[in-house]
Ligand binder design. Sequence first.
Ligand SMILES: NC(=O)c1ccc[n+]([C@@H]2O[C@H](COP(=O)([O-])OP(=O)(O)OC[C@H]3O[C@@H](n4cnc5c(N)ncnc54)[C@H](OP(=O)(O)O)[C@@H]3O)[C@@H](O)[C@H]2O)c1
Ligand SMILES: *[C@@H]1O[C@H](CO)[C@@H](O)[C@H](O)[C@H]1NC(C)=O
Ligand SMILES: CC(=O)N[C@H]1CO[C@H](CO)[C@@H](O)[C@@H]1O
Length: 373
Amino acid sequence: MPAPRQVCIAVIGVGGVGRCFLTQLQDLSARLSQSRLNPIYLSLILVSRSSKLLHSPSYKPINLATWEDDLNASTVSVLPPSEIASYLENAPARVVLVDNTSNQDVANAYPLFLKKGISVVTPNKKAFSDSFQLWKDIFDAALNGQGSGGYVFHESSVGAGLPVISTLKELVETGDEVRKIEGVFSGTMSFLFNSFMPVGGGGGSFSAEVKKAKELGYTEPDPRDDLNGLDVARKLTILARLAGLEVESPTSFPVQSLIPKELESCSSGDEFLARLGEFDDDMEKLKKEAADEGKVVRFVGSIDVAKNDVKVGLEKFDVSHPIAALKGSDNIISFYTKRYGDNPLIIQGAGAGGEVTAMGVTGDLVKVIRLLS
Ligand SMILES: NC(=O)c1ccc[n+]([C@@H]2O[C@H](COP(=O)([O-])OP(=O)(O)OC[C@H]3O[C@@H](n4cnc5c(N)ncnc54)[C@H](OP(=O)(O)O)[C@@H]3O)[C@@H](O)[C@H]2O)c1
Ligand SMILES: *[C@@H]1O[C@H](CO)[C@@H](O)[C@H](O)[C@H]1NC(C)=O
Ligand SMILES: CC(=O)N[C@H]1CO[C@H](CO)[C@@H](O)[C@@H]1O
């Protein structure tokens, strides 16, 4: 009978996603340890937020039921990624690091973690959408790349828990020819345009819809962080690279910003919102133009693989197109491939939210545990 196996978990970032993940980890840990044939024991050995860190020099497991109080009571301040890597490297079992931050420094350290045999699972887009060199360094170090280190998975970095990345990888690995990827990749932009120009008419002015989206909590604290298109550009960068294109960075292809030039220098998000109405005429004109053609306006990203063409911005879609029929803040991603022909493979559903994003992370963790066993 094989000895019971142990896997150590470290979690950096305990916001919406991290919190949901730790709840899911409690269930997963109980289920895996109760397997009669093949029990696996998970121990949480490090938890960190931006100001504090909880760990134990003897690798004593952190209690999953009281981690929050224990973290708050900790007097250890946050450690640089290199020191976290040294601590994890000497753990008594294989380690999986869950990065639930949107921090670039943590992302830059992935090659270091991986080389030390530490696996990484994360919803953080930064590592995979920064320079092409960082992308190469990560997959040159990873065991599921060219290297011999830990495994790396990042399903939730595009479309939250939706199986976007795993589907694209499977299409590529099984030899299908991916020709075009197109979709709505931002919950915020989805909500905004589904309200601004619903199929069948209606919808308020653009500035009013942005204010409404902010009040409902669908935007970043400063809505310009959504309207500049960079979040969508990062997701497109990841998918284009997985489809085989060497995209240099999320700013190396055309990205349409919805921030009027004159408002780029506003000193605050509130000042920006107060003045956005001055530019409603431009968006109204676009809306009318689309309506006259029997179309709606949506904020989309697309990748034409053969033409090596990646772009993000506003486009018009016939009211019968699946992108036009999207509801709420849902995402939709269409894969046009040789096998699927004229009818693309379409993935649609919630593309944001703590529970579904954490599901993608937990799913990645299950994959890594299976590979390590
Ligand atoms: N929420 C979603 O629907 C969703 C969907 C897809 C992908 N994502 C991605 O998931 C990630 C997390 O998103 P979020 O909304 O949860 O972000 P968030 O609310 O900003 O939470 C970030 C967490 O990371 C911690 N943190 C930041 N820098 C750190 C550092 N250097 N060391 C240790 N901890 C650090 C923060 O600490 P404090 O607690 O001290 O502030 C916080 O706990 C992001 O990369 C995001 O893009 C989110
Ligand atoms: C822990 O600290 C955070 C941030 O300071 C706070 O938001 C949270 O409510 C605290 N949690 C507990 C259980 O005390
Ligand atoms: C992906 C993820 O886990 N994101 C969460 C990380 O933690 C912060 C809070 O500190 C949440 O707001 C995020 O949703």
